[in-house]
Design a protein around this ligand. Sequence first.
Ligand SMILES: [Zn+2]
Length: 297
Amino acid sequence: MPELPEVETVRAGLSTILPGCKIVSVVSDNPKSFPNTQTDVDKFLIGSEVIAVRRRAKVLMIDLSSGYSLVIHLKMTGQLVYVGQQRFGSGHPNDSLISKLPDKSTRVDFGLEGISGADNQQARLFFNDQRKFGWVKLISTIDIPNIDFMQRVGPEPLGPDLSADILFTRLQRRKNTTIKAALLDQSVLAGIGNIYADESLWGAKIHPATLVKDLTKPQVSLLYKEIVFVLSLAIEQGGSSNSTYVDAMGKKGSYMNFARVFRREGQACPRCQTTIVKSRVATRGTHTCPSCQSTSG
Ligand SMILES: [Zn+2]
């Protein structure tokens, strides 16, 4: 599943390409993927220009000159691929990032027209989503902060609204759960999924099954630093890599190559050489070093 660094990779890439482009057509094969009325599409999408591409948590927003935005959630298998004079794709790692489009995973196909410089040719933006859990919704830009998701989601881990102290306070709402479950709770903190929860807990030497109420302030402070570290590193590397993951510029993301515990069960802990084990915490496959991460926290 694309996590915050992957969605940030999509945002950073598309924001260098889309602003200034005009949307001239849209085709969708699935109303769940594109649940918008024809009236809204005609009035607020077709003919409008892209002003900016933003991200909040794992949600992307493509702001349009009509005062509306395309709000996009990639969910399990979503990806966005721009095909014009250059090609740019990111999100769920599979061959649709690099193969001929549209293909059978294409749910929405936008026709674009560049309006400046040499890039005035036709281009396309494809929303591909094998499992069809993702969506692209046309929403009035000023109403976005009021939608349910935005009301519930916690602060950005890399933004100015989070600090070690704020994280400690926000965690207290989940004090009787495990720290892993609390980190995965998007209302505590935005955008942390399984990979980055395991990696940051290993970095802070905290066992994922530790109850939030048993964590000290210095531990949470270290955890905050590790969250910032692993997410920043992953963004720098273009997100996490599975076998076919290719980022916007067509280079493979390499986070998985330098993950310290995630999917490294049976290998040596890079810090103490103890064998990394896989268990289940918060219903998710969880990777820990039994020596560095003691259960008592
Ligand atoms: Zn270790």
